[in-house]
Design a protein around this ligand. Structure first.
Ligand code: IPM
Ligand code: MN
Length: 349
């Protein structure tokens, strides 16, 4: 291979349900973009998920995790299956990857795209920066007195100053590159402990980064997202609020099929992981109906993170162009239309 060809090692963790179908399309598009922009991807197949678990009992073996640490990025389809009890794969695979690889930012853009008949306002265009390693997801808590009338279940929200700060700092820097406005979403009137920490840290970081700071309670944020979304540009919030708000944002912008996410290690001490916001959708797996646009847009976020911003912009542009022409009815039709569009972009570039 000539020296001037850039190459990236990317783990393809297709996962369950429609995961393999949609990431196969995204992978081919990334390869095509690579041909056009002078880079190659060394894809590493990573067969984890429900099938592997049911066959072997393994969720995420340590040696596989160590292999993933050596890659430049991970492209993930979806995990979760009705045959596996809730939490086994979600906690054991997806959350463990987020925690072990220190993917402390979950970046989820929400944007009205051309030609999409969506419930949200036309000018809706914001980004949610979701804290991705702490909060109620951290796994603190337990069950005591199991099986008695007073069985007690607790889930504790962990919020460290360092963890909150690094996430808010990422969001503030992003806001500085966009409109200069950062919105903290929390519930400081009830969650006074965590809320106080988040608020103080957000004030310090916003002042330090020279961005303005707005604050909205999470319940009001849901209302505004529907009725007045133009007030948001960059939202920063904790893990669970971010999880919920981004499904709402997806519904407002044309559904989960179009939503992308990046689980980022912004310090680049290891790979980041890119995945569509949708789940494994076992009900439509294998029918050829899955929409690969969310996976393609996630792959665009991956290319941007790998340092290929032009290829990333062209891939996102291809999705927009296909959407503007009414989208496509099947996974295969999407794949063809997106590839054709990318090829056309090269001609006009
Ligand atoms: C998401 C998903 C996950 C989450 C689940 C599958 C654990 O809903 O990525 O938003 O809650 O983070
Ligand atoms: Mn979610």
């Amino acid at each position: 291979m000539p020296d001037n060809v850039r190459s990236y090692a990317v783990a393809h963790l297709a996962g369950d349900g429609i995961g393999p179908e949609v990431t196969a399309v995204a992978r081919d598009l990334v390869d095509l973009a690579g041909k056009q922009h002078g880079f190659t991807i060394d894809w590493r197949h990573c067969p984890l998920g429900s099938e592997h678990y049911l066959r072997t009992g393994e969720v995420l073996p340590d040696e596989v995790l160590d292999g993933l640490r050596k890659t430049d990025a991970i492209l993930l389809g979806a995990v979760g299956s009705p045959q596996v009890p809730p939490g086994v794969l979600e906690r054991g695979l997806l959350l463990r990857l987020r925690f072990e690889l220190d993917l402390y930012v979950n970046l989820r853009p929400a944007k009205q795209r051309p030609g999409v008949d969506a419930a949200g306002a036309d000018d809706l265009d914001f980004v949610v920066v979701r804290e991705n390693t702490e909060g109620l997801y951290a796994g603190a808590g337990g069950i005591v007195h199991r099986g008695t009338a007073f069985e007690t279940a607790t889930e504790e929200s962990l919020n460290t100053r360092a963890g909150v700060e690094r996430c808010v700092r990422y969001a503030a820097k992003l806001a500085a590159k966009r409109s200069g406005k950062l919105t903290l979403v929390h519930k400081t009137n009830v969650l006074t402990n965590a809320g106080s920490l988040w608020m103080r840290v957000a004030e310090e970081v916003a002042a330090d980064q020279g961005v303005s700071l707005d604050y909205t309670h999470v319940d009001a944020a849901c209302l505004y997202m529907v009725s007045e979304s133009g007030r948001f540009d960059v939202i920063v919030t904790d893990n669970l609020f971010g999880d919920i708000l981004t499904d709402l944002a997806a519904a407002l912008t044309g559904g989960l099929g179009l939503s992308a996410s990046a689980n980022l290690n912004p310090d680049k001490t290891g790979p980041s992981m890119f995945e569509p916001v949708h789940g494994s959708a076992p009900d439509i797996a294998g029918t050829g109906k899955a929409n690969p646009a969310g996976a393609a847009l996630s792959a665009a976020l991956m290319l941007d993170h790998l340092g290929e911003p032009e290829a990333a912009a062209e891939l996102e542009g291809a999705v927009d162009a296909v959407l503007a022409h009414g989208g496509a009815a099947t996974t295969e039709a999407w794949a063809d239309a997106l590839a054709e569009q990318l090829a056309r972009t090269e001609v006009t570039r």
